[in-house]
Ligand binder design. Structure first.
Ligand code: NAD
Length: 482
């Protein structure tokens, strides 16, 4: 059985502020490990270790830091299957998807390793003669990284890798339901040449160690991913302290199916977007907006596709989706299922021969419903589970209006064969990621990732955009000659 540990200044410690057992959401009789919780004093030590490591790490050349990131990538790749299995057992993501997620982590490290030798900065003409004026990027200092459980490997790495290549050091606080996976990631990185204190891992509750990290430490920046409610609090504290922050938060993503859509292509993409990872992706398809002329055929195709979905133990390689991650997730998602049973009509449901739930876990049967107004909580609130709501639209304009009728703006898709409709949707959909004939989830690591409206504090992660967040621009001017 695995035990979580803190990794501070290159040393492993077991914090003493309490412990909780971790059971496998696919089969709650199995205890996967024990989490040991930290207190504020552990957080202060981690901050100090990161602060001590900063001068040495930031003075390395980008090429030297890149070399270490490449070693971290190689170490992660070598441990891919074991890490994926642990994460599947801890938070219930199917093993096939989980292996893909670790591979994404490897690719992110390789991508940002190469950024160490990319030229960045501009030479800017001066109004004075004999003045060389240019910009360069400098690291921010100690960055606090607060991560959710739903991508327990990819999200931490898409923050760590750009933070490190820019020369920052890090205090990382993972979510409670991903602490064993986080400990294993740190163990893997500990085997590389990463200098002590450059990355520090603190295990504990958000309300305690997350708060201590934000309010009581002298960190220089925060990158947070999680729910909108928590993110609003993080933003408030950082704004008051005038430190740089990014908050990537919830979504209520729509897939729009226009009358001319190729349903053979649209339906599998929508089913995948809505139900893989048991709907627990921030970019999951949660609203399906169908142009009325296509509605009967779409409903029929959706029914057929959903009847074949296989829900199973996360370690079953053929599982399309596993359980939701935890008892609290189960309770929240089931409250929406109960609401759907009360207020809505079922369009399609998994269960026609594809379902196989042989274990005692937090399984929620995928469900698509309709028949509720566009202000209903099923249409407006993030469910974060395998429940999608179908709305009908009169035409393209109405479909775009419905798509934008939400406080969120993370991701949106349209399925159409018409170039003008596709381009109009790309122009008018209010979302940070807009896609045509592709599912709402699945944005690539080399492209900017982030939302509009209440989904984000408007910076972007991944791709080149992440480098903007993890560095500050200095404008330099040198007078030379006589
Ligand atoms: P959460 O907000 O409950 O927790 C996120 C992290 O914040 C955890 O590490 C938690 O311990 C910490 N935290 C909690 N309270 C805190 C506090 N008071 N101070 C400091 N830290 C605190 O979210 P979750 O349940 O772990 O993740 C699910 C949510 O994340 C969903 O809303 C989902 O949409 C969102 N998400 C967004 C993206 C994105 O990129 N936009 C990606 C993945 C998940």
């Amino acid at each position: 059985m695995m035990h979580s540990r803190n990794w501070i200044g290159g040393e492993w410690t077991t914090p003493q502020e309490g412990e909780t057992a971790v059971s496998n959401p696919s089969d709650i009789k199995e205890q996967v490990g024990v989490i040991h919780l930290s207190g504020a004093s552990d957080v202060f030590q981690a901050e100090q270790a990161a602060r001590n490591a900063f001068p040495g790490w930031s003075r390395l050349t980008g090429a030297q830091r890149g070399e270490i990131l490449l070693r971290m990538a190689a170490a992660l790749e070598a441990e891919r299957d074991g890490l994926a299995e642990l994460a599947s057992r801890e938070m219930g993501k199917p093993i096939a998807e989980m292996k893909g997620e670790v591979t994404r982590g490897v690719n992110l490290l390789k991508y940002y390793a190469a950024e160490g030798v990319r030229a960045f900065g501009n030479v800017i003409p001066s109004n004075e003669s004999h003045v060389l004026q240019y910009t360069r990027r400098v690291p921010l200092g100690v960055v606090g990284i607060i991560t959710p459980w739903n991508f327990p490997v990819a999200i931490p790495i898409w923050k760590l890798a750009p933070a490190l290549i820019c020369g920052n050091t890090v205090v990382w606080k993972p979510a409670e339901f991903a602490c064993l996976t986080a400990t294993r990631i740190a163990e893997i990185f500990a085997k590389t040449e990463l200098p002590p204190g450059v990355v520090n891992l603190i295990i504990g509750k958000g309300s305690k160690v997350g708060q201590a990290l934000l309010s009581e430490c002298r960190i220089d920046a925060v990158s947070f991913t999680g729910s909108s409610a928590t993110g609003a609090g993080v933003a408030e504290i950082c704004a008051k302290r005038n430190i740089k922050y990014q908050t990537e938060m919830g979504g209520k993503n729509a897939a729009v199916v226009l009358g001319d859509a190729d349903l053979e292509r649209a339906v599998p993409a929508i089913v995948s977007g809505a139900f893989r990872s048991a709907g627990q992706k921030c970019t999951a398809t949660s609203r399906i907006i169908v142009e009325r002329s296509a509605a009967p055929a779409f409903r029929e195709a959706l029914r057929k596709a959903m009847s074949g979905i296989r829900i199973a133990h996360a370690l079953d390689p053929s599982a399309y989706l596993g359980p939701v991650a935890s008892a609290s997730q189960y309770e929240t998602v089931m409250s929406f299922v109960d609401l759907a049973r009360k207020d809505a009509e079922t369009v399609a449901e998994c269960g026609g021969g594809g379902a196989s739930i042989e274990h005692d876990g937090y399984y929620v049967t995928p469900l698509a419903v309709s028949g509720v107004g566009d202000g209903h909580p099923l249409v407006q609130e993030e469910i974060f589970g395998p429940v999608a709501v179908v709305l009908e639209a009169e035409d393209v304009s109405h479909a775009i209006d419905l798509c934008n009728k939400t406080v969120y703006g993370l991701s949106a898709s349209v399925f159409t064969q018409n170039l003008s409709s596709a381009l109009r949707f790309l122009d008018e959909a209010e979302a940070g990621m807009v896609r045509v004939n592709l599912e709402t989830a699945g944005v690539e690591y080399q492209a900017p990732f982030g939302g509009m409206k209440q989904s984000s504090s408007h910076t972007r992660e991944q791709g080149q955009a992440a480098l903007d967040f993890y560095s500050a621009v200095k404008t330099c001017a040198i007078k030379y000659g006589g």
